[in-house]
Structures are given as structure tokens and as C-alpha cells.
Design a protein around this ligand. Structure first.
Ligand code: AMP
Length: 366
């Protein structure tokens, strides 16, 4: 791929905080950004040179957008794969391509694909209606999580069954499985959760290379990421397994750009993949503060055909998401040793990601 030169236009499908942080990084590298988003006045459009407000299936708007961009990317995984195909048909390259979207949009396709390329996941069973739920649940020792196959994120569309809760969610789960295709996943009694941010793009000779940021250890509240910390409290063997799985996935997807890949670390040191997102990732928000190249700059470099930057980590770091009314702590209760990244959202709805803060710490290890 011929590297883009400063002044070139990068198109981004989606207008949330990830698009905003990508747009800011692109601006610093000298690119103009054109946001395509169905909503008016989205967080990303407010820091971009240009915005198109149109639906993802508006063929004329997509063709117009494609004609104005030198390369296009996306900032969330539920952009229809057909949208990407339309843009490519109009002659503009989309990185990462439709394959990564197709594999990650449906939890069944995603887990099947991971298993096919030799990356273990929790056991799972596809449910076409509520009928098979009882049998599948028994098969998983009566402790499992029902998830919608599509459109679930941040713990949405999930029902925990068994464990401390008994089977009292069963009727609710049956209704959900009847309403739409679902997946039942065995509950993973994990020791901790980690993720890796993987970057695949050119090296200085133009050859494709994969670089992997240090894994972060993540804690969730109500299915939503709350905190990421580096280094993760894991052995070198677990770290290597996570890196190897990240590299294998990026290669299998023929990926260009940055992706986030989440895992459960099991008590015996084995690693089970949970899910991946074909985009910059919330658990990588610490990277601009602690690494020579942050995930947003890295993604822009990759899709622009520039050599990837080094991912060397310079210090330990922690990141905390500010959700909903947490934002009211700002600016009065804003610790002086942190960096604040607000997303420019005006409505602090419960659980909505409003900002994050990062705190650099002196290195402890690795
Ligand atoms: P997900 O949307 O699939 O990433 O799930 C959100 C969070 O729910 C995960 O980060 C875990 O904390 C928890 N979770 C999801 N699936 C499982 C599972 N199969 N076993 C145990 N915990 C899970």
C-alpha cells in the first residue's frame, strides 16, 4: 500500500468516543478526518474536518463519502458488513476489511472462528429458540450465561443463569432465546481478565508486521469495563500465550489496523478467549500515556500505510472509565496526577461512558 501523505482524508464510520480519539490522533499526523455517522452532532464529528450524517444503508451517501476519502476505517463493530462492501465497490479501501466485521458481529461465528484457528474459548451452544435451553444449561453444569448472538456489548443482552442466582433467570432467558438467536456460554470461573491490543501493519521496509502491546488486567462492573491496569498480574507463560493468540488472530483475519482481544485467565494458567473487537479498544486507553506509540496513532499509521510505531511501554499505568454521573466529579474531584480524557457527551445516562482518566505509575516489572 502506498503510504498516504499529510493532507489526505481518512474516513471513519461511526461517531463515538473511539472515533473522536482516532480523529484527534489522525489530526496530529496531519490528516483530515471525515466522520460518517447516522446521528447529528456526535462526539467524533465535533473534532473532525467534515461529517456526513446518513444511515449505514444510504447507498448515495456512502458513495459520496467514499469519493471524498483516501482510506476508510470504522470505530465500532456493528457497522453492517454491507456498508464496507459498498465503500470498497465505490473504489475506496476500507481497513480493516469486511472479514473482521463479519467474524466479530455474531458471537457464534466469532467463537467458531477462534476455535477453528486453534484459539480455545469457553464451551458454547447455539440456540435457535428457547426449547434447547434447559438441556444446554444442564450440559454446562447449570452455570452459564445466555447472550444474544448479535448487537450485545458492555454486558447488554446477557442473562446469568445458575451460580449464586439459582435458575431464577430461566423464564427471562427462555423469552430472550425465543425472541432472537442466542448463544449459551459455560460460565468461566476465571482468576482474572486480561486483554491485548494488537497492531498489524507495515514495517519500515513496507513488509507486514504484527506488534502487540503489553496485556492489561481488566475489571468489569455490571459487564462494563471499569479499570485496566498494566502490567497485568500474570506469569510470563500466560503473557506469551496471549501475545501468540493475538498474532494468530490478526494474521487469520488478514488484518490491517488495531484490534482488542479479551481473555479469561483460568486458575490452572490456561487462557480462554472471550471476544475480540476489530477496532481500537477501551482496554487500550492507557497506551497513549504509557507507550512510545498509543493505540489511536498506531491504528491511523496502519491504515495510512505508514510504518507502525514501537509499542515499548515506558511506565506502569492504570485507566479508569468515568460512567454516567461519575462525570460530575470533574473538575472538582479530578486528581492532579491523572490525565482526563472527556468524550464531549452532554447527557450522562447511567452506565454511559463519558470520559476516562489515566494515571502513570513508576514501573514495577516487565
Ligand atoms: P462480554 O460482553 O461477552 O465481553 O461480557 C462482559 C463481561 O461479562 C466479561 O468481561 C466477563 O466479566 C463476563 N463474562 C462474559 N462471559 C462470561 C463467561 N462465559 N463466564 C464468566 N464471565 C463471563
Amino acid at each position: 500500500m502506498t503510504p498516504l501523505i499529510p493532507g489526505a482524508v481518512i474516513g471513519i464510520l461511526g461517531g463515538g468516543q473511539l472515533g473522536r480519539l482516532l480523529a484527534l490522533a489522525a489530526g496530529q499526523l496531519g490528516f483530515d478526518v471525515h466522520i460518517y455517522c447516522p446521528e447529528e452532532n456526535c462526539p467524533a464529528a465535533r473534532v473532525a474536518a467534515k461529517a456526513t450524517v446518513a444511515a449505514y444503508d444510504d447507498a448515495a451517501a456512502l458513495a459520496g463519502f467514499a469519493a471524498q476519502c483516501d482510506v476508510v476505517t470504522y470505530e465500532f463493530e456493528n457497522v453492517p458488513a454491507q456498508t464496507v462492501i459498498e465503500i470498497e465497490r465505490a473504489g475506496t479501501k476500507v481497513h480493516p476489511g469486511a472479514k473482521a466485521l463479519e467474524k466479530s458481529q455474531d458471537r457464534l461465528t466469532e467463537k467458531t472462528f477462534l476455535n477453528e484457528i486453534g484459539i480455545p474459548t469457553v464451551d458454547f451452544a447455539a440456540l435457535e429458540d428457547g426449547e434447547g435451553l434447559g438441556a444446554a444449561l444442564s450440559g454446562f453444569g447449570s452455570h452459564a450465561i445466555l447472550k444474544t448472538r448479535r448487537e450485545g456489548y458492555d454486558g447488554k443482552g446477557q442473562i446469568m443463569l445458575g451460580g449464586g442466582r439459582g435458575r431464577d433467570g430461566l423464564a427471562e432467558a427462555q423469552a430472550l432465546a425465543k425472541a432472537q438467536p442466542c448463544l449459551l456460554e459455560a460460565f468461566a470461573p476465571f482468576e482474572r481478565e486480561i486483554s491485548v491490543i494488537v497492531a498489524r501493519g507495515a514495517d519500515s521496509q513496507g513488509q507486514i508486521q504484527t506488534l502487540i502491546f503489553d496485556p492489561s488486567e481488566n475489571t468489569h462492573e455490571g459487564g462494563i469495563l471499569k479499570r485496566s491496569m498494566v502490567p497485568a498480574n500474570i506469569s510470563d507463560a500466560v503473557l506469551e500465550k496471549a501475545r501468540a493468540a493475538g498474532a494468530k488472530l490478526a494474521e487469520a483475519l488478514d488484518y490491517i489496523g488495531v484490534l482488542g482481544f479479551e481473555f479469561f485467565v483460568m486458575p490452572d494458567g490456561s487462557l480462554l478467549a472471550n471476544e475480540f473487537a476489530p477496532r481500537v479498544h477501551n482496554s487500550g486507553h492507557w497506551t497513549p500515556d504509557a507507550c512510545l506509540t498509543g493505540q489511536f496513532e498506531q491504528h491511523i499509521r496502519a491504515i495510512a500505510g505508514w510504518p507502525l510505531g514501537p509499542v515499548t511501554r515506558l511506565c506502569d499505568c492504570e485507566m479508569e472509565n468515568l460512567l454516567g454521573s461519575d462525570i460530575a466529579r470533574i473538575p472538582s474531584d479530578f486528581p492532579a496526577d491523572t490525565r482526563l480524557v472527556p468524550y464531549g457527551k452532554t447527557e450522562p445516562r447511567a452506565g454511559r461512558k463519558m470520559a476516562h482518566i489515566t494515571r502513570r505509575l513508576p514501573p514495577r516489572s516487565r
